[in-house]
Design a binder for this molecule. Structure first.
Ligand code: ZN
Length: 542
């Protein structure tokens, strides 16, 4: 990732543990640098990409990624928050589109890889790419960046590591290890990264797997990810200032020697060459950058308002502890205690700051189970989002969440039309509210339509299983549960449940209709072959 001090200068500043880690991974980096020497360069100085025999085939890399993904889904620190998930997707999807349009994302990879971003409950500032098109983003990163442009800068960089096949090249250089073993090491390192003391245990002599569970890219790869990522980010319409703002943050953190909170600084050693390249790219971008139009500025302010609220949400979901939650509530209350502003509307900057503080305060209050306090801050928040559609929607959903946390039926649950819900956050939050209001038939109908369009949505399948269960539709409930396991890449778990559904159909012939029964039989066969293929692959790999 980004860090702004030269690698050599960084070493003495790091803590002893981190230093030990750097020394341990040094052999891997040295061998990467050596092997890079013999690699032919294309004319623009980039590393050769597709079709290079030193790459792991995409299908093999995807299988490895699936194994890692299955363990992340099981991890208690994996966060499926539909609200933050939608926000992340609103940044991620434009980056993917831009990567395709710019020819950075080859068709084969586009189809074979997962292109899935996991949210991880971790307060440190980090994002990383994994094999097979999987990515991890710490809640700490979302909570710490000031704009969606900064987040886009980080994600575009990580995306580019994958589109440029950097991961597959690193993995091939570990060819003495079977892919399943490398996958296991990455999983082990990811787990170890949560416990600083265990970090060094994950370093197995000379592996390209860092203490943070990430891959150590070469300097050339970092520079390429900077260059390609910058183009992708601009192509997606984000402000290139996000890159400089992110670099400034990391530079400051490195001066403060804050590598604990910034795993980036450990995992992505930088050099003066890379910094110079980034700066000249920014200068060039500044030359062609027109002064924002009034409409452009208004759009930027709206994006900022939403970001301030989402950053506050990420900070609360990172479970910062009771004191930190109380501090967020106090900050929001100080704002509401301030003398009422004159009739003139608040300046954009003040409005954005207040919206972030009130959203965070209301959500933190609800986590602390002070629901009256949460509602009062939430009411203060509402007028600030007038005219900003996505922010208003986020505030509406927060109101429902506060009610659900308080154990009361949200008023809108009685009247809402779930068919009108469009975004994932709306569908899933409203479905939850309507389940509490015992409108399970409508919930099941809407979720059934949703999973037909989004078969990989494990959470939606789980909620559908509950809705069917409440209507005593046991076969459908078990099938939905099985599908949620498939979505989480847990094929053996899914097969168990499909078999249970089949057994139930046999013992209670009236429990499912013919169509339902044939679907379950077909899915059971498909998943069984996935389980067998995985077992076979294990033998080949070993
Ligand atoms: Zn990087």
């Amino acid at each position: 990732m980004f860090s702004l001090i030269p690698f050599q200068a960084a070493v003495p500043a790091l803590r002893p543990l981190a230093l030990a880690v750097l020394v341990l991974i040094a052999p891997a980096q040295a061998s990467l640098a050596q092997s890079a020497v013999g690699v032919p360069r294309s004319t623009n100085g980039s590393l050769p990409s597709m079709g290079d025999s030193s790459e792991l085939p995409a299908a093999a890399e995807r299988r490895m990624g699936d194994r890692i993904a299955a363990s992340i889904y099981r991890d208690p620190d994996y966060v499926d928050d539909p609200v933050l998930g939608d926000y992340l997707q609103s940044i991620w999807q434009p980056l993917m589109t831009a990567a395709r349009a710019r020819g950075e994302l080859q068709d084969e990879l586009d189809e074979r890889f997962a292109w899935e971003v996991f949210l991880i409950r971790d307060r440190s500032i980090n994002a990383f790419a994994l094999p097979g098109g999987y990515f991890g983003v710490h809640l700490g990163l979302i909570g710490a960046v000031s704009t969606s442009d900064e987040l886009a800068a980080v994600l575009a960089h990580e995306l580019s590591h994958v589109t440029q096949r950097h991961i597959s090249r690193l993995l091939t250089q570990q060819s003495r290890q079977a892919p399943w073993m490398i996958a296991a090491m990455i999983v082990g390192a990811l787990a170890a990264s949560k416990s600083p003391d265990a970090a060094t245990a994950a370093i197995v002599g000379g592996q390209a797997v860092a203490a943070q569970g990430q891959l150590n890219f070469s300097r050339d790869m970092e520079r390429e990810a900077d260059r390609v990522g910058f183009g992708v980010m601009q192509g997606a319409g984000f402000d290139s200032q996000g890159v400089s703002a992110m670099f400034e943050k990391l530079q400051q953190a490195s001066r403060l020697n804050d590598s604990g909170a910034f795993p980036y600084l450990r995992s992505h050693p930088l050099n003066t060459e890379r910094i110079a390249e980034v700066q000249s790219r920014l200068q060039l971008a500044a030359l062609s950058r027109a002064a924002p139009s009034p409409e452009g500025q208004a759009d930027a302010d709206k994006a900022q308002l939403l970001h301030a609220m989402m950053a506050a949400r990420a900070r609360v979901l990172a479970i910062p502890g009771v004191d930190a939650l109380r501090a967020m509530v106090a900050q929001a209350q100080r704002r509401t205690a301030a003398p009422a502003a004159p009739a003139a509307p608040a300046a954009p900057a003040a409005r954005i700051r207040d919206a972030g503080a009130l959203y965070g305060g209301a959500f933190a209050s609800a986590q602390l189970r002070d629901f009256a306090g949460a509602r009062s801050l939430w009411r203060e928040l509402q007028p600030l989002t007038a005219g900003v559609e996505r922010a208003r929607q986020a505030v509406d959903l927060l109101g429902i969440e506060i009610d659900l946390l308080a154990g009361v039926v949200p008023p809108s649950a009685a009247t809402a039309d779930l068919a009108q819900a469009r975004s994932r956050a709306e569908v899933l939050t409203m479905a939850q509210a309507m389940t509490v209001a015992r409108r399970t038939r409508e919930v099941a109908e809407r979720l059934q339509t949703w999973v037909t369009a989004h078969p990989g949505d494990a959470r939606a399948w789980q909620m559908l299983a509950v809705a069917y269960g409440q209507q005593n539709q046991s076969v459908r409930a078990i099938r939905a549960d099985a599908e949620s396991r498939v979505a989480q890449r847990d094929y053996p778990g899914a097969l168990d449940r499909f078999k249970a559904a089949q057994a139930l159909m046999r013992s209670q012939p009236g429990s499912a209709d013919y169509v339902e029964g044939s679907i379950i039989d077909a899915r059971a066969r498909q998943v069984e072959s996935l389980v067998k293929a995985q077992a076979l692959q294990d033998k080949v790999d070993r």
